[in-house]
Design a protein around this ligand. Structure first.
Ligand SMILES: Cc1cc2nc3c(=O)[nH]c(=O)nc-3n(C[C@H](O)[C@H](O)[C@H](O)COP(=O)(O)O)c2cc1C
Length: 205
């Protein structure tokens, strides 16, 4: 499989599951092969915030996602949290781009300190050591000094901290509009073509 159009998307247990799901949909539509990872806490958040109930096993989860999104099953790999033989676990095979969306304060701390105790943390550690692109869509309010220190540390070593904080200047009419605002900013950073929201200075009046 070509590494060029592969990407890693991890969802952790911060509020904002709909962002991650919409991002997955958009990456698959853009013809990326997506390595999808989700923490146990993120499954709880998903069940709280969305109608989609994700089973715990990777195969059953993949089936549920393919059915929900109506996507091509060949383009989606769901990895278990200790699937150490997954391509994302090694710098020799991992995609160069990874997004954690949403990203909990706990995962921020683990990634900032290189804990690598589950596949999400390991995959992020791999992208950092390989000097790839790591985007963390962090959600917490307020941020403690510890959160801010961890985010500063990650920013200084090359990660992009993108708070889940949609703007309102595109005059959103629905929750979907707010979700798409965040997803559009993430896709812009990844270099993925998107037409989800009007582009400032071009389509915007
Ligand atoms: C419904 C729900 C919402 C949560 N929202 C947040 C949040 O917005 N930000 C955050 O940092 N943690 C949040 N948490 C707590 C995290 O899920 C918890 O700290 C968890 O251990 C994170 O683990 P993970 O990073 O491995 O997913 C939430 C938990 C639940 C159940």
């Amino acid at each position: 499989m070509s590494k060029q159009k592969a990407i890693t998307l991890a969802m952790t247990g911060a509020s904002g599951a709909p962002y991650g799901l919409r991002l997955l949909e958009c990456l698959l539509a853009a013809d990326y092969h997506v390595y999808f990872l989700i923490s146990s806490a993120a499954r709880v958040v998903m069940a709280t915030e969305h109608d989609l109930k994700l089973p715990s096993g990777p195969d059953a989860m993949k089936a549920a996602l393919v059915e929900h999104l109506g996507c091509n099953a060949d383009k989606l790999t769901v990895c278990g949290k200790e699937d150490w033989f997954s391509p994302v676990a090694s710098g020799s095979a991992a995609p160069k781009q990874m997004i954690v969306c949403p990203c909990s304060a706990g995962s921020v701390a683990s990634i900032a300190h290189g804990i690598s105790d589950n596949l999400i943390e390991r995959a992020a550690d791999v992208v950092l050591k390989e000097r790839g692109q790591l985007i963390l869509v962090v959600r917490e309010a307020p941020f403690s000094t510890l959160h801010l220190e961890n985010m500063l540390k990650l920013s200084q070593i090359g990660a992009t901290i993108m708070p889940a904080a949609p703007g309102f200047y595109h005059q959103p009419k629905s929750i979907e509009d707010l979700i798409d605002f965040m997803v559009a900013r993430i896709l812009d950073h990844l270099g993925v073509e998107q037409g989800l929201v009007p582009r400032w200075g071009y389509d915007h009046r």
